[in-house]
Design a protein around this ligand. Structure first.
Ligand code: WTA
Length: 636
């Protein structure tokens, strides 16, 4: 049945009649028309799906552009809609989360159990004096206590700032300091590739440089010995066992009433400067945007088992591991470790074991696993799958076709979702009923208006490359950069006044399909992880041997892009292989292993403009043997 169910017209894949019959949204076009006719009614109807403590007065307030407000006057709490709402119904007995540790540990949580754990931990946070609006940094491995901690913060109105567990001292320190967090939640360590990542040790080192933190809560995952500072550090399991965690209403904890526009979380992401931006998302609009997109794009049903393989420390994990699946009352699977541990069939074996029906991952992971050959997935029964997805970078048609054929057995449409930390939710994406072209994220989600513009702000002709912009606000949009509203305006709304600039270049074809090309700013996507050249450069320059550094991204077969760095040494320092290795290690220590440059070249000059700005574009062209372009501003 499989093969003829899908008709292949050149490189267009049309969905099977079964897929169409099953789909929640039958017509992309009709939904788009509906949203275009009246955006506010469209999103207002989506918001009606949730429980509000008080209904909004207005869906969209655009009186102070670009500081848009959604569901103004409404009162709500996203955590209430993730948990409290479901435990009142039969869903209290449904599995919310199935978790497998890298070492094979298995834990499951019904909605009832997850709610109980969240309540206990919320009570702990309250007893530590965490209040509405306070910032809490979460730096953990991929364990269930990570979503529990996020939800506990949301429940009491605290603002979480999750720092990816693969980041290291300097990255963590900067994020704690910028958010002025009073509490850090971490683990003793996490398992990755059979090894222990020393999370607590990194926290200890980062805290030597951060003054705001009063308490550290440590979840025991690995059980290896860690330093615990008296009066500052507490074990998670000891705290949740205290009467205070359970005292209030028998494992209960009241959910804070929030304004729709109250902050939910900060998530740091790389931009064009060395200082990461704290992207701010809120309770109301974010909730409506992410739940609607997950439901329509991945068509989640009660009986589905959803697996988003991202890390909760990135936006993909925030929106589509933690919040949106719970909002929909879905069952999620979450895995702790590396996809190749102990063998390259780990992921496929878990799809079989848990009967995963919808699987969402990144092109880099697909390319990485493709290298090991088809025998690994072919050992497993993957017939539970019905839909696949990708995110994070453009997917090359070769990887798309492998994913489609070997994993999806030509039955499962692939939802290539384009979006950003800033957008909060899928923006350019197919729905299951849409014809697919490998490598294209297809069209804007209903209600979203995207365009490709030239330098002067005019739409380019079909097939031509230009800058990708979004022309209308959307509910899950970032509200600002925390603590830096000017940067929010300059970064996103100034290149073309009144229009959101994505930082990506793209093409639109004759059918209105969007083809994302990549970043046009100084952001590098390494294995889908977003890193700023400036952050890598400042890590390099913090090494005593380095005078100046420039980092660029060059194409890489598996990672998509890899970091190449050019380093100018201080006077009297001699280049050597040992020094280069030391520099790589140094960047790893400061930023995290993902930021270690693939290659470091010692140079005695960097191409600069006359005003002293490093011309990374020139370095990039030279490295690839391409024309250097306009170099009139290059100094002698
Ligand atoms: C890129 C990740 C092509 C893009 C959710 C964007 C993509 C950046 C896709 C945001 C896709 C994301 N096709 N490129 N389907 N999805 N990107 O903030 O360059 O980590 O601007 O959010 O990833 O990265 P971020």
């Amino acid at each position: 049945m499989a093969n003829e169910a899908k008709e292949m017209l050149g490189d267009v894949f049309t969905p099977s009649p079964e897929i169409v019959a099953n789909a929640t949204v039958k017509s992309f076009e009709e939904m788009t028309r509906l949203a275009d006719k009246d955006l506010q009614t469209f999103w207002g109807a989506r918001a009606e799906e949730f429980e509000w403590f008080k209904k909004w007065d207005k869906v969209l307030d655009d009186s102070n552009k670009p500081f848009y407000k959604w569901f103004v006057g409404g009162q709500v709490n996203i955590a209430y809609n993730c948990l409290d709402r479901h435990v009142k119904t039969w869903r209290r007995n449904k599995l919310a989360l199935i978790w497998e540790g890298e070492n094979g540990d298995l834990r499951t949580f019904s909605y009832h159990a997850l709610n109980r754990e969240v309540c206990k931990f919320a009570n702990v946070l309250k007893s530590m004096g965490v209040k509405k609006g306070d910032r809490v940094t979460i730096y953990m491995g991929r364990v269930p206590e990570l979503p529990i901690a996020m939800l506990a913060c949301a429940k009491i109105g605290a603002v979480h700032s999750v720092v990816y567990g693969g980041f290291s001292v300097e990255a963590l320190h900067g994020r704690i300091e910028d958010s002025q967090s009073s509490v850090v939640i971490t683990c003793d360590g996490s398992y990755m590739n059979g090894k222990i990542v020393e999370l607590k040790k990194i926290v200890d080192e980062a805290l030597k440089r951060a003054a705001t933190v009063e308490h550290v809560i440590v979840y025991k995952r690995t059980g290896h010995e860690v330093y615990m500072e008296q009066g500052r550090d507490y074990w998670y399991h000891e705290l949740v066992a205290l009467p205070i965690a359970r005292a209030i209403g028998n494992n209960r904890c009241d959910t804070e009433v929030m304004d729709a526009e109250d902050p939910l979380f900060l998530l740091y992401t790389s931009g064009t400067t060395g200082k990461p931006k704290a992207i701010l998302h809120t309770h109301g609009g974010y909730m409506v945007g992410i739940a609607t997109t997950l439901q329509w794009v991945f068509d989640l049903k009660e009986e589905d088992r959803w697996w988003c393989s991202a890390d909760p420390g990135w936006i993909t994990g925030h929106s589509y591991i933690v919040y949106a699946p719970l909002l929909l009352g879905a069952t999620s699977f979450m895995y702790e470790g590396a996809p190749t541990y102990p063998y390259p069939n780990r992921w496929w074996s878990m799809i079989e074991k848990y009967g995963v029906t919808v699987f969402y991952t990144a092109p880099t992971a697909i390319r990485g696993l493709m290298r090991f050959g088809e025998a690994w997935p072919n050992r497993h029964d993957l017939s539970s799958l019905r839909l696949l997805g990708t995110v994070g970078e453009p997917i090359n048609p070769e990887a798309w076709k492998w994913y489609h054929r070997v994993i999806g057995k030509q039955r499962c449409p692939i939802m290539d979702t384009w979006w950003q930390t800033e957008t909060g939710m899928f923006m350019i994406t197919p729905l299951p009923v849409v014809n697919l072209k490998p490598g294209s994220a297809t069209r804007p989600f209903p209600g979203i208006e995207a365009e490709v513009l030239d330098e002067t702000g005019k739409p380019v002709k079909p097939g031509e490359e230009g800058f990708l912009v979004l022309k209308r606000p959307w509910p899950a949009m970032l509200r600002t950069i925390y603590g830096d509203p000017d940067r929010y305006v300059n970064q996103y709304w100034s290149k073309y006044p009144g229009v959101y600039f994505t930082g990506d270049s793209a093409r639109k074809d004759e059918d209105g399909y969007f083809w994302i090309i990549g970043r046009v700013d100084d952001v590098i996507k390494v294995s889908g992880y977003r890193l700023g050249t400036a952050e890598i450069e400042s890590a390099l320059v913090s090494h005593p041997a380095v005078a100046e550094a420039a980092a660029i991204g060059l194409p890489h077969e598996v990672k998509g892009q890899a970091i190449h760095a050019y380093v100018l040494l201080k006077q009297g320092r001699e280049p050597s292989d040992a020094l280069i290795e030391d520099l790589r290690q140094h960047v790893g220590h400061e930023m995290g292993p993902i930021a270690k440059p693939e290659k470091i070249t010692i140079v005695d000059k960097l191409p600069k403009t006359r005003s002293g700005k490093i011309m990374r574009r020139v370095l990039k062209a030279r490295a690839q043997g391409l024309p250097e372009g306009d170099i009139t501003t290059l100094e002698e």
